[in-house]
Ligand binder design. Structure first.
Ligand SMILES: [Zn+2]
Length: 161
């Protein structure tokens, strides 16, 4: 048996809370349309990010269990976190909730997950790779499943395909 290490960690809210878009003059000169577009993502749906806990280890754990029995994976995960809802930030509870990718926080993206008909954890879009992901701004370091995006920020495009 593995040791039951928690699947979350406390974050330094001082650095974590750095506001997207604040800062230097060079940023102010940027296309305001792009900035506006990016801020629109910070809607009430993402308000669960006010707390100072980082569930990256949980998300990595879930991704490492794709193809495994869901009940077993769920009970193992839930024993190692303080509350169960972060599991469902990635894992769709209904067909309508299934998304190819999920955005958490300012710029962290993960594969969307669901439970397949055999009760196994599955990727909503197994064809999606990090190379498909495009940064929505030039000031944040975007990640997909915890890895840095491979595509550079492109102001003319600005967004994810
Ligand atoms: Zn940014």
């Amino acid at each position: 048996m593995q040791r039951k290490k928690p699947l979350y960690r406390k974050v330094n809210t001082r650095t974590h809370g750095v506001r997207h878009g604040d800062g230097g003059e060079w940023r102010k000169s940027r296309n305001t349309k792009v900035v506006k577009q990016d801020l629109s993502y910070n809607g009430p749906m993402h308000s669960h990010h006010r707390h100072g806990l980082d569930y990256t280890p949980l998300f990595r754990f879930l991704l490492s269990r794709v193809g495994d029995d869901w009940d077993k994976t769920y009970s193992e995960a839930v024993a190692r976190i303080d509350r169960s809802d972060p599991i469902f930030w990635l894992g769709a509870r209904s067909k309508e909730e299934r998304k190819p990718y999920v955005r958490l926080g300012e710029s962290a993206y993960y594969n969307g997950l669901y439970i397949d008909e055999n009760k196994r954890l599955a990727l909503v879009d197994p064809t999606l790779t990090i190379d498909d992901m495009r940064p929505t701004c030039g000031c944040c370091s975007h990640t997909f499943n915890g890895e840095r995006f491979t595509q550079p920020y492109d102001e003319t495009f600005g967004g994810i395909r």
